[in-house]
Design a protein around this ligand. Sequence first.
Ligand code: 1GP
Length: 251
Amino acid sequence: MKNKLYQNFVKNKQQGKKSLAVLIDPDKVDAYKIEQLITLATNAKVDYLLVGGSLIISSNLDECIQQIKSSCDIPVILFPGSPAQVSKYADALLYLSLVSGRNAELLIGQHVVSAPFVRKSGLEIMPTGYMLIDGGAPTTVSYISNATPIPSDKNEIALCTALASEMLGMKLIYMDAGSGAKRAITESMIQMVSSQIEVPLIIGGGITDPEKAYLNCKAGADVIVVGNAIEKDPALIKEMATAIHSLAVTA
Ligand code: 1GP
């Protein structure tokens, strides 16, 4: 089926089913760690594995994804910090446009340069309006992107940015406080944005406990992304998944 994973996102949203995506930074894992994460993720029924990072130094992206794909059925979605992080071994690509910033390179420039090989990769492409929200301190993504994040209390800016992205044709909105953010995105911002957009909403950055993940979902997040907290304590996968999956499915 064309756009199989995206159809899955949409179906889950319609049914009120909330999902957990575990973010794997290829720089921070070795083969042993990947195996450990996959076992925990499979047992916890994790919905997606996101692979990528704002800055990747090692060159083991393909190997990392091949290992994941050979040991589990959880869909692998690329979350690239640059066009160099495109691997044909994944299932899909968050085709990110940094809509909260005014850096033309990250809005469209890098997409133009990499378009032919992204198309050739055969990956499912998910056009994503990527919004950086201030998380209380500079993060790797805010530094690398050279873009000012949306202030954490400016819900209306977040809403207008998300609405504009949706009207421009973005199929997903990803609001991110940045990896390791001191402050995760507020429920009031999530609520305001989710109540007025139709496409699935991904939330991440600084989510360290299951209660926060649960509250984010109740506020309207469809997919919760957790990276750092799980890197530090992989056993958290189970608690996060249980909290997120505990929300009632409506249809
Ligand atoms: C970062 O949203 C992701 O882009 C995940 O953030 O590592 O803080 O969980 P954390």
